[in-house]
Ligand binder design. Structure first.
Ligand SMILES: Cc1cc2nc3c(=O)[nH]c(=O)nc-3n(C[C@H](O)[C@H](O)[C@H](O)COP(=O)(O)OP(=O)(O)OC[C@H]3O[C@@H](n4cnc5c(N)ncnc54)[C@H](O)[C@@H]3O)c2cc1C
Length: 323
């Protein structure tokens, strides 16, 4: 669970895929196999809807039961074998309207591509906590790499329940004197080895089945009020910072900054070739709000988007199948 920083380069990829779930990874298999230089950006290893799925047994060819994360690893290895490059980085902004598309990650890197496939799923939060907006940048953060160093020797809380939250907790633990890991669910949705690793950190205290009531403070964060969901007991955690890494069921599209057409529910609109309203920008998987959310359907969307990218970049008259 090592978090490394490698800064953006001047390389212009044929295609940048945002998301390494079944949609993004399947797209990468096809674009890389077609000889297109392919970069896949993703937020965390066992992240996204499939990444947090404990067991799956209906993915064609994989009889299972297998964890969603194990299945994802197979898909990613398949894409890597054809030359796709996978890089961890949460995308926070994009510049999509020119011929060269730019994609920016939360730790300040810039990546360039001739085409983009958005495959970031639909696990964004819908609600905010009391105090969250008020203390944003004054103790509240959504990025360990960016802000953990500001909390050197200080106690903080991390709110989250999956691999993404664990990876960030591991990074923040290098700086903070104490971390309260507040987990709203009754269990952490991450591979057992990652949970064991985080439990071995002496400065991390895990509070499972606790909900956040409010973030407290005057000018800066001074505490986090939480409640044990079983016993109803409330307490105030004395922290200087609150890092939030939670998911929901909204499409993850904030980084598109309204450059592509979307429905009222923030679902990306695509044509029959998976292209958005912006030439060269495609979308696939749960981010489209498909009425059937299944891994195989997301994967198939990814394949369609990949073949459409090939048509777009190579100026083909029509989409051609890969044999
Ligand atoms: C609990 C649960 C159980 C399920 N069980 C099954 C099942 O048994 N069978 C089945 O077929 N389907 C199942 N599904 C549905 C299936 O998992 C989804 O339909 C599928 O994973 C969608 O694929 P996707 O690639 O579109 O998105 P996701 O799998 O959600 O992947 C999204 C990717 O985008 C990345 N990402 C998101 N935001 C950013 C960002 N800002 N920057 C960079 N990367 C980003 C994430 O890191 C992730 O890699 C289940 C879903 C859930 C939630």
């Amino acid at each position: 669970m090592e978090l490394t920083l490698n800064f953006g380069s001047d390389e212009i990829y044929d295609v940048i895929i945002i998301g390494a779930g079944p949609a993004g990874s399947s797209a990468a298999i096809y674009t890389a196999r077609a000889g297109l230089s392919t970069l896949v950006l993703y937020r965390a290893e066992a992240d996204g809807a499939l990444g947090v799925t404990q067991q799956i047994e209906n993915y064609p060819g994989i009889r299972g039961p297998i964890s969603g994360y194990e299945l994802l690893k197979l898909m990613r290895e398949h894409a890597k074998a054809f030359g796709a490059k996978f890089v961890r980085g949460k995308v926070i902004a994009t510049d999509l309207l020119g011929d060269i598309k730019k994609v920016y990650t939360i730790d300040g890197r810039e990546f360039k591509g001739r085409a983009v496939i958005v495959a970031s799923g639909a696990m964004e939060r819908t609600n905010k906590y009391k105090g969250e907006e008020e203390f944003l940048g004054r103790g509240v953060s959504y990025c360990g790499v960016c802000d953990a160093a500001f909390f050197k020797g200080k106690p903080v809380a991390v709110v989250g329940e999956d691999d993404y939250a664990l990876e960030e907790t591991e990074f923040i633990s290098r700086f903070a004197s104490k971390i309260y890991l507040v987990v709203p669910s009754s269990r952490i949705k991450a591979p057992p080895e990652m949970i064991e690793e985080i439990k071995s950190h002496p400065n991390v205290e895990i509070l499972t089945h606790h909900r956040v009531i409010q973030i407290l403070g005057s000018s800066f964060v001074e505490g986090l009020e939480v409640q044990n969901i079983e016993t109803k007991e409330k307490k105030i955690l004395p922290v200087d910072g609150v890092f939030i890494f939670l998911g929901g069921n909204k499409p993850s599209v904030d980084f598109l900054m309204n450059q592509v057409e979307m429905t009222d529910g923030n679902c990306i609109v695509v044509n029959e070739e998976m292209m958005t309203s912006v030439p060269g920008v495609f979308a696939a998987g749960d981010v489209l709000c498909n009425n059937i959310k299944q891994a195989v359907i997301a994967a198939a969307d990814g394949v369609k988007a990949a073949l459409a990218v090939d048509k777009y970049l190579n100026k083909k008259a029509k989409i051609t199948s890969q044999w």
